[in-house]
Design a protein around this ligand. Structure first.
Ligand SMILES: [Zn+2]
Length: 524
């Protein structure tokens, strides 16, 4: 076991280096990087830097004509040499075997599951498939193979899970770089828990304009650090004094000025459009808006609308023009109705939504991302929060169970999402049991975290199911998760794009992902 792990680590290291070379090479070639969230070089700032670093000569640069030819010649030579380097050795075929297999979309598991992987792709998946000769066979025994889980709502650069007041004080005292380093641990904990893709819906540091989520995504894509594939939202967009206003609850002008579009705070349709453009310019894959109040914000009511219908229309129109989906933080019923009518892609939380609002969602095909874990965690530690937040949390928790039960009965598209950061990173899978306890079939909860979420993300062509041609994002959990859904909390094997991230216990000693991480959530 120990030898295997050190061999795994060595291979990992080599593969990371290969991937870094490949990634740098792809940066030369990438033109449409930003249109495709799965492209390794996605991200404006990263691409801009890559061009400066890689192309030797930038049009408009003041280089005398005579010198341009040698520079171009060197560039050509470099290209030729790089193309001659075998970027990937002939990819070995790896066969994963387990007692059962869940393909991400079917209503039942199959027995004697097999996934055949070559390079970063699935070659075939199904029941009792023969292993090709010379393939490396990894027999995972009495486990269930599944596509890597996806979480539609995380904040991998943040951690709100401790004492609220202490956390606020600590955040304003810590250097943003230090918080970014901590985020690398959150990313590792998340992928090791079996979540191979996440949407990161808001990353902000009061008084800072750093895009830590973009940096985290790019570093994962380049193999610099280990983490899930990320679709990031940068700051998110909301109103002055609303859920996203980082200065709300602090003394007026404590930070010297009111936040503006560059921190996601915008009022009026034109300002909203500018904020969307600014976020996409800086690397956003998805746009997050706050259309109603929230639980963990001090100066708003949890269910009041915070954007006007005209502002929501601008948010959706501008995002969709730029081919970005729109996820909105929304607890209130009125705000949800207006957001669904405006054409948002997903409602996050949705605590107070009434049945007629759910009907509207059903007709429009809007996804619900319920984040049951967030209220569950807050309620279990209610004394950690200031009295004004306690009241809001209690109201949201009282409403959301009925809302979720109704959504399940009505067949609303439910994408798995947890609000990681409200609770300690890496415990995402506890959401499954909460969903099942509120009336969802275990197989539907699993589908919600795989094929359904991939559809919401717009990446279902590439991942989310165990099918030929998809990315080899494969996990294994013990036993049969359809008879015990908590098996999802004990993922023992994680492969992302054909690379083994975990086989058995976590590959590194568990990191202290946050304070109070050891506390258990009581059953609902
Ligand atoms: Zn959130």
């Amino acid at each position: 076991m120990g030898e295997h792990r050190s061999e795994d680590r060595r291979r990992h290291h080599t593969e990371n280096r290969e991937r870094a070379i490949e990634s740098r090479w792809l940066e030369h070639q990438s033109i449409e990087a930003k249109a495709d969230p799965l492209n390794k070089t996605a991200g404006g700032p990263s691409r801009g830097l890559a061009l400066c670093r890689g192309s030797f000569y930038i049009p408009g640069m003041n280089v005398p004509v005579l010198y341009r030819f040698p520079l171009r010649f060197i560039f050509l030579i470099t290209v030729v040499v790089l193309s001659a380097i075998p970027i990937r050795a002939a990819d070995k075929v790896v066969v994963l075997k387990a007692a059962r297999l869940f393909d991400g979309k079917s209503k039942t598991l199959v027995q004697n599951g097999v996934v055949i992987v070559q390079g970063n792709k699935i070659v075939d998946a199904g029941s009792n498939l023969p292993a090709p000769p010379d393939a490396q066979v990894i027999d995972l025994g009495d486990t269930t193979l599944s596509p890597g889980f996806m979480d539609g709502h995380t904040h991998l650069t943040l951690d709100f899970s401790g004492n609220y007041n202490e956390r606020r004080l600590k955040e304003v005292g810590l250097n943003v770089s230090e918080q970014a380093i901590a985020a690398t641990n959150y990313a590792r904990a998340t992928v090791e828990a079996g979540f191979t893709t996440v949407r990161d819906l808001g990353s902000r540091f009061v008084g800072s304009k750093e895009f830590v989520d973009v940096a985290l995504r790019n570093s994962i894509n380049k193999g610099v650090i280990v983490g899930p594939r990320m679709l990031v939202a940068t700051s998110g967009i909301g109103a002055t004094g609303g859920h996203f206003d980082p200065t709300s609850g602090f003394r007026d002008m404590l930070f010297g000025r009111e936040p503006d579009y560059s921190e996601g705070i915008a009022d009026g349709p034109d300002a909203i459009r500018k904020a969307v453009r600014f976020e996409v310019k800086n690397g956003a894959d998805v746009i997050k808006g706050a259309v109603s109040g929230g639980v963990l914000s001090l100066a708003d009511e949890v269910d009041t609308p915070q954007l006007t219908p005209a502002e929501m229309a601008a948010l959706v129109d501008e995002s969709h023009r730029l081919r970005k989906k729109v996820a909105v933080h929304c607890h209130g019923d009125q705000a949800a109705k207006e957001a669904i009518a405006a054409g948002v892609d997903s409602i996050e939380h949705g605590s107070f939504m009434k049945p007629e609002t759910l009907t509207l969602m059903k007709n429009k095909g809007t996804y619900l991302v319920p984040t049951l874990m967030a209220t569950e965690w807050i309620m279990s530690k209610i004394d950690n929060y200031p009295p004004v937040l306690q009241e809001k949390a209690k109201a949201a928790a009282a409403a959301r169970s009925d809302m979720f039960r109704n959504a399940v009965k009505m067949g609303i598209k439910i994408s798995f999402g947890t609000d990681a950061a409200v609770y300690p990173h890496g415990q995402n899978a506890k959401e499954f049991k909460l969903m099942v306890d509120l009336g969802m079939q275990p197989i539907d909860a699993l589908r919600s975290a795989t094929a359904t979420t991939a559809e919401l993300f717009g990446i279902a062509q590439k991942t989310g199911t165990l099918e030929k041609g998809k990315f080899a994002d494969v996990i294994a959990m013990p036993g049969d998760p359809t008879s015990d859904i908590t098996a999802s909390e004990r993922v023992s094997f994680v492969m992302k794009e054909g690379k083994i991230i975990r086989n058995g216990p976590p590959s590194a000693p568990p990191v202290a992902v946050s304070e109070n991480a050891e506390l258990e959530i009581p059953a609902d």
